[in-house]
Design a protein. Structure first.
Length: 77
């Protein structure tokens, strides 16, 4: 499966092994156009890569779609 995602401004906290972990919600769609979202807690590139462009793009954040804004907290905690 291939998914195209973009970072949003929405951050939630996930409980992982009893610990609250911040996760940014990324929104997008599959290759066939099905809308989806992901809870991203970490993202990285190889240490030997020039990250200048990556860092610039990572700072870009879209407004969350109404579907992402409406994610019930009961699904997260």
């Amino acid at each position: 499966m291939q998914v195209q995602l973009e970072s949003t401004t929405k951050i939630v906290h996930l409980k992982i092994n009893g610990v609250s972990v911040p996760a940014r919600i990324w929104q997008g769609h599959t290759a066939t156009g099905i809308p989806c979202h992901a809870f991203v807690t970490r993202i990285a590139v190889a240490a030997d890569q020039d990250t200048t462009e990556f860092d610039r793009e990572l700072a870009e954040q879209a407004a969350p779609t109404p579907e992402v804004l409406a994610i019930p907290l009961r699904l997260i905690l």
